[in-house]
Design a protein around this ligand. Structure first.
Ligand code: PLP
Length: 377
């Protein structure tokens, strides 16, 4: 650290200079985050210094968090759900599995996840000393039920289904998974970090949430399709006993017990999530999802015109495009300031997320550049 501080104007100049090196969302196809809604930014600023780690000092924002949990629970078919606003999908997944493990009381257990699961489950295996068993996918990149069946045993503490996979936006057959989990008395966790704010608003309807009695917990991220500020994740449990399974005693705080993973945690993101959910309501989220799905159709139709097919017919606003040498294509696109990502082997493809910050015009420009890049391969 420098010995003597420099004037605010100088610090701001340094910050601005550095900020200019960050890329801009309007060229991003690669991210499941987006520009937060302006009302979320206002609320975030208003609650900047609040700490949900010590809720007795901040009962106002603690109440907002409870209201967010209730709204999310209602959206996902369980108005009485318990949970909290986490830092994102990774924390929610960790905590859901930790609760399942603690409830099962098995220390050398395993979890069964689809091969398409987010890498947070690999972290979970390491953190919680659980074996992560990966079930195979079928040709539409949903988890294969027969493969899951072969992996479950008496040491399985949780079965995971993905409602909106990170790479393909695919939805696993959650109803079948929940039936299997229910029959075996295993905790069923649904990772809807991305899909949670999409699936309730799609024309095509899926059975995947708490309306299935065997679903025990759900991850849903307001900082993805929920238009909130980062870091806003959501972790919901059907029953309060799961939350209790996460609690530790807090000796010096205003509340005697704490279930969250982090101690000090921002109330700003909870307030931002509350603000945007109240301001948009179901109608606003419906419009946003309609808009993103229109962009998705526009992209796929345009890609087909230049001879590029999606790996699967998109279910939500996540598209994987089959191109030769995807890594090279991605690199060339980055030189043109287009940011796309890639899916894993054995289905390597360009991965694009159509978020609300994108537009039809930008997609047309992107496709023109993609065509040029492909022609030079
Ligand atoms: N689960 C799914 C399905 C995701 O797509 C992601 C991130 O993209 C995560 C979990 C992890 O979320 P985060 O990056 O907010 O921790």
């Amino acid at each position: 650290m420098i010995d003597k501080g420099i004037p605010e104007s100088e610090v701001m100049r340094l910050l601005e200079e550095t900020r200019e090196r960050d890329y801009s969302y309007d060229r991003f196809f690669s991210t499941m985050c987006t520009l937060p809604h302006p009302i979320a930014v206002k609320a975030h600023d208003m609650f900047l210094e609040t700490n949900l780690g010590d809720p007795g000092l901040f009962p106002g924002v603690a109440d907002l968090e409870e209201r967010v949990v209730a709204m999310l629970g209602e959206l996902l078919g369980c108005p009485n759900a318990c949970g909290y606003v986490s830092t994102g999908g990774t924390e929610s997944n960790i905590q859901a599995i930790r609760a399942a493990r603690n409830e099962a009381g098995i220390k050398d257990g395993n979890i069964v996840v689809p091969a398409s699961a987010h890498f947070s489950f690999d972290k979970i295996g390491d953190l919680l000393s659980l074996e992560v068993r990966k079930a195979e996918l079928d040709e539409s990149l949903k988890v294969d039920i027969s493969s899951v069946e072969g992996l479950l045993d008496e040491k399985t503490v949780a079965l995971v289904g993905i409602a909106g996979s990170t790479e393909f936006g695919q939805v696993d057959p959650i109803e079948d998974l929940a039936r299997m989990a229910g029959e075996s008395g295993i905790h069923m966790h649904v990772d809807a970090a991305f899909g949670g704010f999409v699936l309730p608003f799609l024309k095509r309807k899926f059975k995947w949430d708490f309306s299935l009695p065997a679903v025990s917990s759900i991850t849903i991220d307001p900082h993805k399709m929920g238009l909130s500020t980062i870091p806003a994740g959501g972790l919901l449990f059907r029953g309060a006993e799961c939350l209790s399974a996460l609690e530790t005693e807090t000796h010096y705080l205003t509340r005697a017990r704490q279930a969250s993973l982090t101690g000090t945690r921002s109330g700003a993101a909870a307030a931002a999530t509350y603000a945007v959910m109240m301001h948009l309501g179901r109608e606003g989220f419906q419009k946003m999802v309609d808009y993103c799905m229109d962009l998705t159709e526009h992209l796929v139709a345009g890609a087909r015109k230049i001879g590029v097919e999606p790996v699967i017919e998109p279910v939500m606003n996540v598209v994987a495009l089959s191109v030769p040498s995807p890594a090279k294509v991605r690199e060339e696109l980055m030189k043109l300031d287009w940011h796309v990502s890639m899916t894993r082997e054995p289905n390597r493809a360009l991965r694009l997320i159509l978020m609300g910050h994108m537009s039809r015009e930008k997609i047309d420009l992107f496709l023109a550049d993609l065509e040029t890049v492909l022609s030079k391969l």
